[in-house]
Design a protein around this ligand. Structure first.
Ligand SMILES: [Zn+2]
Ligand SMILES: [Zn+2]
Length: 339
């Protein structure tokens, strides 16, 4: 089965961090972090609908202006998600320009700011020179955004400021077995969506599902119980999971939060600004080493680790970072232990 998410780093591993994820079945894309994005083609960026920003250090947020310029005259609602203070950061960037003559522009930013206990949201429409509208708040439960197809979760990590880690999870896939439909003597129809919705909602096995279809222009109905259809008709496949963690310290507390967030991910994108030899420097600057990235990936049981966001002091040679991280991931290098 083809994967639903096609993730790729926006820049080389010594460049600004950022992960572009194409959502294959939706014709859309999302972006994790907003560093330099001007090397990505406009055709790819125009697919963006959701942008998640870990924190607003410059290398993670300087691409905002490029995004603004690309989308300014577009008819689009662009959702931006970030840590505490994010709404002020976005409004501050917008306040750096003069806005008149854009009353007819339909672009709207919908900005969501996640603190540990609530998510504040505000709409900033181009048509009103980005004056805030529709301010709202909801309790924070770890989920930033959810659709029928996927969920994006976040955790607040410690970078001397909050840095958001992200996990994009596809919901369980439910495919219908055509041969089983034939065997049951029923035809496909909208009732299959009801069946999938009932399974996703965790309804009990004795829930009645009514199959409705037309045969020779005559309406047909037949009742089944959810349990038998689930067993005979549906193939359930675990969804894909992509995790993204940048700019955070290897502390006991953070290790626990990261492991919870990224557990069993198919691919784990993890920063490692330093090598193990500069472990003290990493701790001082609230960053991770390659060995620590490997330690986290192994502890969280991920399938694949891709470490990135390497310090330019290493003369642009990514090999030592990859070797060290993969050795810790495979268990050939002893795991690091938080201080
Ligand atoms: Zn940072
Ligand atoms: Zn950074």
């Amino acid at each position: 089965m083809k994967p639903a998410f096609l993730p790729r780093l926006v820049n080389h591993p010594f460049g600004d961090p950022g992960l572009y994820v194409e959502l294959r079945y939706e014709g859309r894309a999302m972006l994790f972090d907003l560093g330099r994005i001007d090397r990505r083609p406009g055709s790819a960026l125009f697919k963006l609908q959701h942008v998640f920003v870990s924190h607003t250090h410059m290398d993670h947020f300087i691409g905002f202006d490029h995004l603004l310029r690309l989308f300014l005259a577009r008819e689009r609602d662009l959702h931006l998600y970030g840590p505490p203070g994010f709404i002020d950061n976005v409004r501050g960037r917008l306040a750096g320009y003069t806005w008149n003559l854009i009353e007819s522009y339909p672009l709207r930013f919908i900005v969501h700011e996640a603190s540990c206990d609530r998510v504040k949201s505000v709409t900033l429409p181009a048509s009103t020179a980005f004056a805030p509208q529709d301010e709202s708040e909801r309790p924070f439960d770890g989920v930033l955004c959810e659709t029928d197809a996927y969920t994006v979760r976040t955790a607040h990590l410690d970078h001397k400021i909050p840095s958001l880690g992200f996990a994009l999870e596809e919901k369980t896939r439910l495919n219908v077995r055509a041969d089983a439909l034939e065997r049951l003597g029923v035809a496909p129809g909208r009732w299959l969506n009801d069946l999938k919705a009932a399974v996703r909602a965790g309804r009990p096995d004795n829930t009645e599902i009514v199959a409705k279809w037309f045969a020779d222009g005559v309406a047909q109905t037949r009742s089944f119980d959810l349990g038998s259809l689930r067993r005979d008709l549906l193939v359930e496949t675990a969804g894909q999971k992509i995790a993204y963690v940048v700019d955070t310290i290897f502390s006991r507390d953070n290790v626990a939060r990261i492991c919870d967030l990224v557990r069993n991910a198919d691919t784990f994108y993890c920063e490692s600004l330093f090598l193990d030899a500069e472990r003290h420097e990493a701790t001082k600057r609230h960053h991770l080493t390659a060995r620590q990235a490997g330690t986290l990936a192994r502890a969280a049981g991920v399938r694949r680790l891709e470490n990135f966001h390497f310090s330019s002091r290493y003369e642009r040679d990514p090999v030592p970072f990859r070797v060290e991280a993969q050795a810790a991931f495979r268990g050939e290098l002893a795991p690091d232990v938080p201080d």
